[in-house]
Design a protein around this ligand. Sequence first.
Ligand code: ZN
Length: 674
Amino acid sequence: MKPKSIYACLLAVLILYSCQPQPQEKEPLSLVGDTTNFQWLTEQFADLKIVRYQIPGWEKLTAQQRKLVYYLTQAGYEGRDIQYAMNYRHNLTIRKALEKIYNNYQGDRTSEEWKNFHIYLKRIWFSNGIHHHYSMNKIVPTCSKEYLSSLFEETNTALDDEAKRAIFDPEFDAKKVNLDPSNDLLLASAVNFYDPDVSQKEVEAFYAPLKNKGDDTPIWYGLNSKIVRNDDGSIREEVYRVGGLYSAAIEKMIGWLEKAIIVAENEAQANALKLLINYYQTGDLATWDEYNIAWLQATAGDIDYITGFVEVYNDPLGYRGSFETVVEINDFEASERMKVLMDNAQWFEDNSPIMDQHKKESVVGVTYKVVNVAGESGDSSPSTPIGVNLPNSNWIRATHGSKSVSLGNIVSAYDQAAGAGFLDEFVLSAEQKQRARENADLADNLHTAMHEVIGHASGKIEPGVGTPSETLKNYRSTLEEGRADLVALYYLMDNKLVELGLVPSLETGKAHADSYILNGLMLQLRRLQPGEVIEEAHMRNRAMVSRWVYEKGKADNVIEKIVQDGKTYFRINDYDKLKVLFGQLLSEVQRIKSQGDYNAVKTLIETYGVQVDRDLHNEVLDRSAKLNSAPYGGFINPKLVPVVEGDEIIDVRIEYPSDFTEQMLYYSKEYGNL
Ligand code: ZN
């Protein structure tokens, strides 16, 4: 499953688990090279690299299973345009205009200006819109305004004035999601979940009476709608459903899901799909909950999927879900290894350093699988999570459990495509390098598993305290990710893992701590532009955890800062004390969540998770630039090609395309529903 090469391991450890907020984990930190003849890395531009992935085990599926996978991926692609529309109100018109230029321009396609225009378009495809997928900042075209204007003219391409302003004026709608609490979060964010003039106060007032505090099975208010302004000045929800917003795409999705039902592996799977269709037809969020429960109960098949309006990170207020699809094939061998962890989930809860009143008496329904991805769309593509834990609804998780998956072939492709050199550049001691080489791969796997299975599942909220999105607001995701990371950091240095046979020795935990601290204190800064502060939830949580333990351990020299030949390094001197510090922070982070302590979370994250040491940042940028590896990866999907006899699909085969531009143009043409 994981690459054998040493280099793959290194990158894995070093680039470090850049997971995404609660249910999604993004991009591993690994430093490996190619071990096969397959072309993994196809191109790099701006701060992005484009990677291909393979679908292992495809030939072991039956033709019926392959058809199921095909229909589910098609349903996902039909919703691709929805994500562009959600991310920003002008994204679709801008994308279509630029694609028209790309397809029709007859002039010189070798000039620097043209190349920069092409890069701008590729960056928009990568981010599903004109704001950077990770930093949320507007992408600035590097071709000149005059040149871009001439392309519009020469290809007879029209675009309305405000959309043009969105391209050219960097101050206008500058940020997709702005989490700076000194602003009105909605007015400062360009994301298209709300009409542009709708304020945070109005939306909070809109939902306050709907949230019946006595309801212990609440729907996720606002998950599948946009808030729009009425003529009389009031606001209302415009629901995504057949006959509602995004209907054209949703109807196409339903068409494929109906075919999927016919080839479903079992009745439970078919029932879940029927509920999903019903939900898309009605937009009823109680049906969405019913669907999620049915989806949780459909565990018998080899094929599974994530789809719908799911993750709420793109909404600064955490109500509205982005569209995504991930189609998955079970990796039985790798999943078996994780069963040990699941079987001992209660032990980890009982022995956690958190306060006793915050521990769960019984950890329910923790399941963890390693799967191979067969296709992704919407918010999960081209940039993808590497691990996912769903559903998000707290009461469904408490009552029915959740599904956790690690996307094995994606992690593997990252490793294969990653550039070399980080370990040598950023690690001083030969011992630490060796430890990374030997343990990175395993530490990486276990981190993801523990973060998802034990981490997010752990702990409980005190009676009478509201949900984390109510109490912790914009800091919810950062705190939740920090909590899950801390569980992994703490237990990876615990003898229990050795006892369970999951690690050969505590060296794995040490390697894990080495790379986490290196990433949190320095390496992840390479993702920021000069002058930026840390905004993204996972980056904030890693900075918060790493800097907190660094500060608190200073008196005992737990982590030492070393400057040698003008280069900064951090070395852990005392792993036992570090483990104690991880435990102390975990206990405090859990207390904050359990008691909904907004002031504490704000102080914790603003103190440790946001600011950037400019000198250190510049140093990291310089040292990383020499290694020539783009910090963000995204993926070209394999193409599933139906084998047709008469007018019937009898089987499906795979092709592995290698041209990102071609795939994006194909998707826009084939699935341009909005
Ligand atoms: Zn997470």
